[in-house]
Design a protein around this ligand. Sequence first.
Ligand code: SF4
Length: 456
Amino acid sequence: MCGIFGYIGEESASEMTALGLFILQHRGQESCGIAVSDGKKLKLIKEMGYVKEVLYQERIEELDGYAAIGHVRYPTRGKPTLENSQPHLIETLSGPAYAFASNGDVANYRKLRKKYESKGVFFHTDNDGELLGRMLVYKIEREGKRIIDAVEELMEEVNGAYSALFLTTHRIYAFRDPWGFRPMVFGRTEKGFAIASESVAMDIIRAKEWREIEPAELLIISKEGVEGVKFDEEKLRRGRKTRAHCSFEIIYFARPDSYQYGQFVHDKRVLLGEKLAEKDSVEVDAVVPVPDSSNFMALGYARKRNIPLCFGLIRSHYIGRTFIKPSQSIRDESVRQKFNPLYRFFHNKRIVLVDDSIVRGTTIRKIVRMIKGAGAKEVHVRIASPPVRFPCRYGIDTPTFEELIANRMEIDDIRKYIEADSLMYLTVEELQDVLDEPENFCYACFNGKYPVLEEE
Ligand code: SF4
């Protein structure tokens, strides 16, 4: 999972982009970077680390220009190294340079990489963003294609998830895959245009208006204005009628103050909590969320059942999200440092603990132990999503079957493992009841029905 942001206009493009990336930091914390154009040449800064550490004021002042694209990375395809971080700067022998940044994961990466290597394209990384960028540049520079045609051809060849930004010296090309896996929005500010992974960035940069970019839509954005091209999304999906928005974005990944896939994330999280409450009758004294991503689910649950909502777990905000730390040892360390229970609150209480999902089971187990250690009499775990049984192939780090606890264990065994007194999940059907246009979502990590296969 990653976040992308682009800006073109009269304000400092790199400052606007650094601000946008800062707002999207929750989408990736391993590395970040900005590529900027002053109308003649492109410059790039990227490094491992948080936006505030890498893209500080003095540094971005060196990046003068009116068009920029930026990226925060959370690694899925390719190791967490500087080479694999984005944007990718692609220089050509004939002069022009391009930059590319994307969010998602290409399912047929290996096949396409081999195909383009056999055409003489040389890759410097094992990142799918580089593959997409070099595919476009090959079509433009070697085959002499117009950028619009190159993007359409790329959509015909690539299977999988990509919300992408392509920077030339004068324009930004923004496009989204035909399945619409990952979100992306376009907005106008007082003095320019912006593109972001999530609408929350539009709020912060004070966009006057914004909208979602459609699947299979390409926007060509210059200082002067914007043109749009909408390709035939159904044809580009190889005949599949429905889209495949990531339901996990609504459950966990997106900020609750974002609007995506035609719905408000916050509202859907409250409804997911209500849905859990509707089928629950356990007698407890309080509902406690695992902060922050489950707060609104716990609110919905507590309101529906008329049980007090209590913030009994205090979260440190100076540690990254546990789910998106790339190795188990780092994850373990983070959990211990991240949550602390209010000891006096839990004493002798029966608790419903609401969480958005269980992936590996390690975090929730530690939290249940922590709460019981603080004196809770009973801890009933309620998960506002179905069991995650299958790895994601479209950009979220649930990489192997073995790591997914719901793939290895039945629900009651999971309950025993996490040391809870009871455990309840939503079903896929209940999740679908909550979403608008549920047929247009991907649920593959819950039901194994992958909307796009590797070599389709
Ligand atoms: S498999 Fe799961 S995480 Fe991946 S795109 Fe589909 S719903 Fe989202």
